[in-house]
Design a binder for this molecule. Structure first.
Ligand code: EPZ
Length: 437
């Protein structure tokens, strides 16, 4: 099983280039099958989640041609709509976001079938709002034997009020509604940058979607989509992760290929705790020369502080002066990294299941830690880079779901990190880099 072995204590310094947004790419790639034309998509992150989704798309007959690590040509023309259009459980089990193919297939072929996604590491993650939206558009949605089946003679626009602000439901409903007859309004819609990117992609194929990025999205159904070429926006969470890594290691990093507006909540918090944050059109610089201060955070839907940045700022605050409080309001099980952080000397207590009380400590010490989920894994790497001594991070497959060339990019900033696949290799790294006592 692959691991990261990290020798901590080196401030990260230099420049890093951010890749395409994973959570925009998953919606955009699924939506690309909705045209019989060709979609040329670039700035696609080459990570496990996007690669698994592309396999799922090939599994239903879509044409997928990789034009390089970060560019792909997709066409839905070859999909055999006379079949049952089943999204195989293998793919739904590997990545929940395969469920975006339900909205895409329902929109285009008026039918779709997929295994119901289970819960995951950070919460139960129901899809009742997705189902509510499909039914409002006129689809018959049944759940039988762990499968979700959606079918409609035709889809007609509707006025849909989401009970919960849901990124996935907003994207799935937007896709299905874009080829429905008539107008759809989605109220209480999610406003994340990746919602806007999926809407812009759909519009580039000929959809008529307005208001994405606000909590009311208006969609005029169209007959069919055409070819498009599209470039995915930079990943707000990858950028935020490197911003926190710079702060936690007291480094000085220029993070390039970002949209600063998408990072406002993260930059504001870093400023508040004493880091220096400078912004340019497509770059941000984060520097921290002295120990940071405590703060309070509540994770919220965009433009609030993103839940996907919660573990990363928690490990940064774990080294700050004073006591910080983090309330996780989106997912019910997103503090599983806290037990691992205690092994590194962190003083974090989780109360009521969704609030972490973080008493800052002077230093972390390296340890062997287990990755519980994608963003927690990135946070444990940040902690290892800031710690004294060696840290081994296990189960890094989680991290590779959402970060492309993560260890390579960190080494480019002076981070002492290697990907190894055995204890022996880990010991070799320690021997090679170990300081002679
Ligand atoms: C997306 O998940 C992201 N994943 C998550 O990022 C991110 O944490 C989340 O949005 C919130 O920003 C992708 O985009 C692939 P939600 P999603 O539907 O769509 C509840 C990462 O690290 N809910 O916005 O599944 C749900 O339980 C991942 O990249 C319902 O109750 O999140 C949660 O409490 C982790 N019913 C809240 O809404 C529903 O039908 C927000 O979930 C749907 C959601």
């Amino acid at each position: 099983m692959e691991q990261y072995i990290i020798e901590g204590g080196t401030p990260l310094v230099g420049e890093v280039v951010i890749g395409g947004a994973k959570n925009a790419a998953l919606g955009i790639l699924a939506a690309a099958i909705m045209t019989d034309g060709q979609c040329m998509i670039d700035n696609m992150p080459n990570v496990r989640d996007t690669n698994v989704l592309l396999q799922a798309m090939e599994g239903i007959g879509a044409r997928v041609v990789r034009k390089g690590d970060n560019e792909v040509l997709i066409s839905g023309k070859c999909i055999d709509s006379s079949g049952e259009l089943l999204v195989d459980n293998e793919y739904i089990r590997k990545i929940r976001a395969s469920y975006y193919l339900i909205g895409a297939l329902l929109g285009k072929y008026k039918k779709a079938k997929a295994a119901l996604p289970g819960g995951c590491d950070i919460g139960s993650r129901p899809i009742d709002q997705h189902i509510k939206g499909f039914r409002a558009l006129g689809a018959d949605v049944r759940i039988e034997h762990g499968m979700i089946m959606a079918e409609a003679e035709e889809l007609r626009g509707s006025h849909i009020y989401l009970d919960v602000v849901s990124v996935g439901a907003t994207i799935n409903i937007m896709m299905a509604a874009s080829l429905a007859i008539g107008n759809t309004i989605i109220e209480n819609a999610a406003k994340e940058p990746h919602i806007v990117d999926v809407a812009n992609f759909l519009n580039s194929m000929g959809a008529n979607i307005k208001g994405a990025g606000t909590d009311v999205i208006r969609i005029k159904g169209v007959e069919k989509f055409h070819d498009t070429e599209y470039s995915i926006i930079p990943d707000q969470i990858e950028a935020g992760t490197f911003m926190m890594a710079a702060a936690a290691t007291r480094g000085d990093v220029l993070i390039r290929n970002v949209i600063p507006k998408h990072l406002e909540a993260i930059s504001a918090k870093l400023n508040e705790i004493g880091a220096v944050v400078e912004e340019w059109d497509d770059a941000v610089r984060v520097a921290a020369t002295r120990r940071l201060k405590h703060t309070q955070i509540k994770t919220l839907p965009y433009p609030g502080f993103p839940t996907d940045m919660q573990p990363q700022i928690a490990v940064t605050l774990g080294l700050s002066k004073g006591t910080s409080i983090i309330t996780e309001s989106i997912f019910e099980n997103r503090f599983r990294y806290v037990d691992e952080m205690r092994r590194m000397g962190a003083n974090i207590k989780v109360v009521d299941g969704n609030t972490a009380i973080i008493s800052g400590v002077e230093r972390y010490t390296g340890a062997t830690v287990e990755t519980p989920d994608l963003r927690a894994g990135a946070a444990l790497v940040i902690a290892g880079l800031a710690a004294e001594g060696y840290t081994t991070v296990n189960n890094i497959g989680y991290i590779q779901r959402g970060y492309e060339r993560f260890d390579e990019k960190l080494r480019g900033l002076g981070g002492m990190i290697e990907k190894v696949d055995s204890e022996r290799e880990a010991n070799k790294y320690i021997y090679k880099t170990g300081t002679v006592d």
